[in-house]
Design a protein. Structure first.
Length: 211
């Protein structure tokens, strides 16, 4: 955790006044922003943006793979903690838990979209005129199968794991990233899968659940 705060609580903005955020290191503020965005806490996102706009603090040297006071783990290790073994540890972004058939998907944290307290994430879209080249790769086709499987299940439910890192301009994070810090295995998002035209989206409310 950052500054002693758990991943989820009921009045997040009250727990993160601007003065408390300003006391954090820059990398901690950026991580807090990513977590708040993923959980739909827009007030905290805006406070982080305000602090970052005037922040002169340097990043901590070699922050490694720690965030929120706990060590992040590799994508494969995070999925294994949920009972899922990836088909390809390097490229797979999801899998199916054999014990109950639940689809578990990896979500790039800063690609989560928020609106009115709810969250959305574009899981898959067709590669029209080169718009989504990752969708045509083996990993992208695997993601499509997982979306279809979850959509066909009871309530179109799935689980999501948040992946933290830095994006690489011009590439989908699932394909290539500037850096991948890792996954917090203690934060799991309950998703509902929606098909919007040819696209598949994950949607959920404000709260995530602990492991």
């Amino acid at each position: 955790m950052i500054g002693g705060a758990q991943a989820t609580f009921t009045n997040r903005a009250a727990d993160w006044p601007k003065e408390r955020i300003a006391a954090l290191e820059r990398d901690e503020i950026e991580q807090l922003r990513a977590n708040a965005l993923a959980l739909g806490e827009q007030q905290v996102v805006e406070l982080c943006d305000a602090v970052l706009a005037t922040c002169t603090k340097r990043r901590r040297a070699a922050p490694g793979n720690r965030v929120k006071g706990r060590r992040l783990v590799s994508r494969s290790a995070a999925f294994e903690a949920r009972g899922v073994y990836l088909q390809n540890a390097r490229t797979s972004w999801g899998g199916v838990r054999s014990s109950d058939g639940t689809v578990v998907l990896g979500l790039w944290a800063d690609a989560v979209q928020t609106h009115g307290g709810s969250c959305g994430y574009l899981l898959w879209a067709p590669n029209v005129a080169g718009s989504h080249p990752w969708s045509d790769t083996a990993a992208g086709k695997e993601r499509l199968k997982h979306c279809e499987l979850a959509l066909a299940g009871a309530g179109a439910q799935a689980e999501g794991l948040l992946v933290f890192g830095e994006r690489l301009e011009g590439h989908a994070p699932e394909e290539k990233a500037r850096s991948v810090h890792g996954v917090d295995p203690q934060t799991v998002v309950r998703l509902r899968i929606e098909k919007r035209g040819p696209q598949f989206w994950a949607v959920w409310g404000k709260r995530a659940i602990g492991n």
